[in-house]
Design a binder for this molecule. Structure first.
Ligand code: Z5A
Length: 216
């Protein structure tokens, strides 16, 4: 049996990580085998690449270097974690995946989409998410949430958190544009409300998808 690949996307502080964990816990309780992962990251090599990508030591990183590092991290993640889990019939939940690249590197940084699509295909071997949730929140609120979280956990601001608010506004626009282009795969979920309400909406959609999968 082929597994199901679900991704969470959105601007900084939109609540992806929280929602990915809530969904994973819920499905696990129902007896499904879940692999919870993230990008950049998810394997030792990919986590090492993540360190470089988010480090404030590298504020001068060239956009081409940046996109190649995200894709290098993904190539390892796909072969080591995602593809084997899907082949095993598991539900893979990833906190970010390739929509992040198309939004951040293409829509916002301006790298040619067709070129990046081809390189992404090389990195993934054509594996792509079945369902994607874009959590939509105003960037002012998202950044405020991320900032409070950083203060609570004594975590330093990363390279992307230092970008101006206009950058995050462009990211939001990029996600909404992508959702219009892929309406069957991407669900835009309003996340300027209580975590449990957001989770309830996502859970209902996923339960429908999982049930349908059982009957195929
Ligand atoms: N990136 C890229 O450019 N290209 C790529 O191909 C890929 C990534 C894969 C990774 O950053 C960066 O890499 C990312 C895009 C880029 N940068 N940006 N910007 P990351 O993984 O370190 O961080 P992040 O993905 O941007 O998200 P985050 O800061 O970890 O936030 P989040 O996952 O969206 O939210 P959260 O951790 O679930 O919640 C943040 C706080 O808000 C926390 O305290 C929660 O308790 C709180 N929260 C969550 N939901 C709610 C609600 N509903 N109400 C109130 N408070 C809430």
């Amino acid at each position: 049996m082929q597994g199901i690949f679900i991704t969470f996307e959105g601007i900084e502080g939109c609540g992806k990580t929280s929602q990915a964990h809530l969904l994973s816990q819920h499905l696990e309780k129902q007896g499904y085998k879940i692999v919870m992962t993230r990008e950049p990251g998810g394997t030792p090599i990919s986590e090492a690449i993540r360190e470089v990508l988010l480090s404030t030591d590298f504020m001068k990183m060239h956009p081409h270097t940046e996109v190649l590092l995200y894709l290098a991290s993904r190539a390892q993640h796909i072969t080591e974690v995602i593809t084997p889990a899907l082949q095993d019939g598991k539900i893979v939940i990833s906190d970010r995946f390739d929509d992040s690249t198309f939004v951040y590197q293409c829509y916002v940084r301006g790298i040619d989409l067709k070129t990046v699509e081809a390189m992404n295909h090389f990195a993934t071997g054509g594996v792509s998410p079945h369902t994607t949730f874009v959590l939509d929140v105003d960037p002012v609120e998202g950044l405020q949430r991320a900032k409070s979280r950083n203060q609570r956990h004594a975590r330093k601001e990363d390279r992307l958190e230092r970008e101006a608010i206009e950058f995050h506004q462009r990211v939001r626009e990029g996600y909404l544009k992508r959702a219009r282009e892929y309406p069957k795969r991407i669900y835009v979920i309003k996340s300027d409300r209580d975590k449990e309400a957001v989770h309830g909406e996502i859970r209902e959609i996923v339960e429908g998808i999982v049930e349908k999968g059982k009957n195929v």
